[in-house]
Design a protein around this ligand. Structure first.
Ligand SMILES: [Zn+2]
Length: 458
């Protein structure tokens, strides 16, 4: 098999044993989700290189950010949020007779050997979902352990920004493939043949089917790939016709690979949430973090005081959310803590970012603004506008001094332009003669600041 032409299939085997009792409701009603119980998970990415440090994916870091956005766009609907904790490239060890090392995974066992090596080397975050990005594999595009709750998976480097990542994370969250030879077509719970709540993926709102892909021809005999619609008349094992719609063929956990989209059903999302809440294996607990973490940058630094560093790396926020950075005011040379909502703010957005934005360097926190994230949270979470950053420590670029000659605010004024050196001189105001002044300062980020000075005779 040519590994590089089969970069999309999944090597995860569905767990055969029945679900633990009392964990899954089988629910399919989105309104049953409790918006007072958001679940925020840390996620960390490792890019595997060849032993010589080389790889074939120069845009891997950007693709990781696309993947982070996809995870949030898909799972936020179910009250599950992913906090991006970082991406690191690591060189594979040299393996006997294998110059590519773990960069190319020949067999499934190589993935698990790689995870063992990475864990021993410290290339595994105990408090996060760990995604290992290999080059490509003989077994397909992705893999996750078939446990009822695991926190690592492998994704090929060309699949990070595609369905493969959300698919393997879904396996971590106990979501199975939608295909099954034992699940019956009926969705009528009064039909004696109804078994959708226990057979196959045990999710009722995914249609029964025994697999769209025929591996013997690597083709899809009953799917029209141009419309992603089902054109077969196949029966389940009690003789009922499968009822399959394009939305079922598009499912991220299906095997109509050319038709898959970043889409899960409500039932699949509820199953993921219930797995996280029950945490039967105890693996998920350490990966949990807070809504407040979503208001922290994943890279860069805030300017606080002194000269601006050159080059300056501004704080960057993860893609996949709708942001508005709202004009705010407080004594906050550093962003106010998440819990402190004593600052004032307006509805004037200095920067608006949509969840689909892929200009990652533009998702930063403008000075004199607070971060509003469009999270669907319940009342006890309070306002979604947090962390006012209102810093006036930067040196001004220029300014003007307006002297009111009659010592009252009228039109009898003298206006003097001042350069950066003069306007930033700490003795500048002390040196002004007696009188009434307005000082305007202009900053390189476009902001302006105005102060009134009454100089007495002294
Ligand atoms: Zn899979």
């Amino acid at each position: 098999m040519d590994a590089q032409t089969d970069g999309f299939t999944c090597a995860t085997t569905d767990r055969g044993n029945p679900d633990p009792m009392g964990v899954y409701s089988g629910g399919v009603d989105l309104t049953s989700l409790n918006s007072c119980d958001p679940i925020v998970l840390n996620v960390y990415f490792w890019g595997i290189n060849r032993p010589n440090g080389q790889n074939d994916f120069p845009n891997r870091a950007d693709h990781v950010l696309c993947g982070v956005a996809n995870l949030n766009i898909l799972y936020n609907e179910f009250g599950i949020y992913f906090k991006y904790r970082g991406f690191e490239e690591i060189d594979s060890p040299t393996l006997p007779n294998d110059e590519d090392g773990y960069y190319v995974l020949e067999q499934v066992i190589d993935y698990f050997n790689m995870v063992t090596w990475a864990t021993n080397e410290g290339f595994r975050k105990p408090d996060a979902f760990n995604v290992y990005l290999f080059g490509w594999a003989g077994f397909g595009g992705g893999i996750a352990p078939n446990l009822s709750g695991s926190t690592h998976c492998g994704v090929n480097s060309s699949g990070i920004s595609k369905v493969t990542l959300v698919h393997e994370i879904a396996h971590n969250l106990t979501i199975k493939h939608t295909r099954s030879s034992t699940e019956h077509a009926t969705r009528d719970i009064n039909d004696p043949n109804f078994n959708a709540d226990t057979a196959g993926d045990a999710v009722v709102d995914t249609a029964a089917n025994n697999g769209f892909r025929d591996n013997s021809c690597a083709c899809y005999p009953f799917v029209d790939l141009t419309t992603c619609s089902y054109i077969g008349f196949e029966e389940d094992n009690v003789g009922d016709l499968y009822q399959i719609f394009p939305i079922d063929i598009n499912n991220a956990m299906g095997d109509a690979y050319p038709c898959r989209q970043i889409h899960l059903t409500t039932g699949q999302g509820i199953r993921a949430r219930e797995a996280l809440i029950a945490d039967v294996q105890g693996n998920f607990g350490p990966t949990l973090t807070t809504i407040a973490s979503l208001y922290e940058p994943y890279a860069g630094e805030y300017y606080v005081t002194g000269p601006e560093p050159n080059p300056y790396n501004p704080p960057l926020f993860q893609p996949g959310f709708n942001y508005r950075f709202l004009e705010c005011s407080c004594n906050c040379p550093e962003p106010s803590p998440y819990e402190d909502v004593s600052f004032s703010y307006t509805n004037n957005s200095l920067l608006t970012i949509s969840k689909d934005n892929t200009g990652f360097s533009s998702i930063t926190h403008p000075n004199h603004s607070a971060i509003q994230i469009d999270l669907d949270l319940c009342e006890p979470y309070g306002q979604n506008t947090r962390r006012c950053y209102d810093n006036w420590n930067k040196a001004a670029d220029s300014g003007t001094v307006t002297k009111f000659e009659d010592n009252v605010f009228n039109n009898n004024v003298t206006i003097t332009q001042k350069d950066s050196l003069t306007i930033n001189n700490p003795n500048f105001i002390d040196n002004l003669p007696q009188g009434l002044y307005v000082i305007d300062k202009n900053y390189n980020d476009g902001s302006t600041n105005q102060t009134v000075i009454q100089k007495d005779n002294n």
